[in-house]
Design a protein around this ligand. Structure first.
Ligand SMILES: [Zn+2]
Length: 387
């Protein structure tokens, strides 16, 4: 028989051993967590300094010891994608998606990541599949919405691009009205190609309702009025388009002028010419003014006015026009030589520039061929220093 004292002693020793084990385990866990936290901070610091390679090494090391940490795996996948190692990112996301213990929130995050991996890999149909699967489980995150918009722009599926752009607008509060107006204009162009004028009008009305400042929609509205022979209304729309985008004078003027002549006649055009051209870039306005004056008041008047304009604002384009008119009036061999020199100086000039990516070109686009931004291509005002 064990005495009561011995029993108490044994029980006390066991309790002390259990307490010591509990304390040591807690101390070890704390140390382990501290090391983990320190490694994490180091990884984050490297990330903040854009040292992706070092950050990746640190997170890979942690992940070998803590494979169960989903957030860490997500970070790794994102780093792999950032470095262009999309296959590795896809593998991590796919293996995470198969885990049965994933919470619904994390599952959504993994699926969104997988969609972004396929976007980066250029496999857009798979990216779309993942984003749409994500949508069936709730609201799409902004990045997924942006990717879907990009996909539908590439596919020229404008109704879907409109739907997701509006969703993104509601979700982020960032206005995308001008972009959505371009999508409606694209739909109007399709209708016009099919000669479906009422459908085209409906799309243009939607574009203007979404963004009244859309020069593109105004120009289309003007053409639709002209097609219905509503010339006064067409002229109002052309003027509004020019007010909105004076740098598009070269694109707008031929139709605006013919409409103006039909409504008011040549005399009134001459009277209102300066007011009409006032907001436009000087080089373009100089040429158009000279052309109108040459036609309606004669070459001599046009040349005199162009000379005054050039003295006020010297431009190479205006000078080329002046030399061309002077040569036509019999300016002689020397004038022709100078005209050819100026023509050579102007050759290769790219007057259209994107204010988003710096792309430059010799013709105008509603969507930048470089960065795919809408409405970012502008006519760059010619400066005398360009020469
Ligand atoms: Zn651009």
């Amino acid at each position: 028989m064990v005495s009561t004292e011995v029993l108490i002693g044994l029980l006390t020793a066991a309790a002390l051993a259990a307490a010591a084990t509990w304390y040591l385990r807690g101390w070890w866990l704390k140390r382990k967590n501290l090391r983990l936290r320190q490694a994490f901070y180091l990884g984050i610091a490297e990330l903040l300094q854009d040292e992706t390679d070092q950050a990746l090494d640190i997170f890979l090391q942690i992940s070998r010891q803590h494979a169960q940490m989903v957030e860490l795996q997500l970070m790794l996948a994102s780093l792999f994608r950032q470095r262009g190692e999309v296959d590795k990112a896809i593998r991590i996301h796919q293996s995470l998606l198969e885990r049965p213990d994933l919470s619904p929130a994390l599952k959504r995050e993994v699926q969104a990541g997988l969609g972004q991996d396929f976007m980066k890999a250029g496999v857009f149909d798979r990216a779309e599949q993942h984003f749409l699967a994500l949508e069936s489980r709730g609201e799409l995150p902004p990045q997924a919405l942006k990717s879907l918009i990009k996909i539908y722009e590439m596919e020229q599926d404008w109704p879907k691009a409109i739907r997701y752009a509006m969703q993104l607008e509601r979700q982020t509060g960032k206005r995308l009205s001008d972009v959505v107006a371009h999508y409606y204009c694209e739909l109007a162009e399709i209708a016009l190609r099919k000669q479906d004028f009422s459908q085209a009008q409906e799309r243009v009305t939607q574009a203007l309702a979404k963004y009244p400042g859309s020069a593109r929609a105004r120009m289309m509205e003007a053409r639709l009025h002209q097609q219905r022979e509503e010339l006064s209304r067409a002229l109002t729309a052309w003027k509004l388009a020019l007010e909105t985008r004076p740098d598009l004078l070269g694109e707008i003027w031929p139709e605006l002028e013919s409409c103006y002549l039909a409504v008011h006649g040549a005399e009134q055009l001459l009277q209102e010419l300066d007011a009409l051209l006032e907001p436009a870039p000087s080089a373009l306005a100089q040429i158009i003014r000279a052309q109108v004056l040459a036609r309606d008041s004669g070459e001599e008047v046009a040349l005199k006015r162009l000379e005054t304009d050039l003295q006020r604002v010297p431009t190479i384009t205006g000078l080329a026009c002046w030399l061309s008119m002077k040569t036509d009036l019999g300016g002689g061999g020397e004038m022709e030589s100078i005209r050819l020199i100026v023509q050579a100086l102007r050759a290769g000039k790219r007057p259209w520039h994107c204010n988003q990516c710096g792309f430059s070109g010799s013709s105008f686009h509603w969507q930048c061929p470089g960065c795919k931004s809408w409405g970012s291509i502008h006519f760059s005002q010619e400066k005398s220093s360009d020469a």
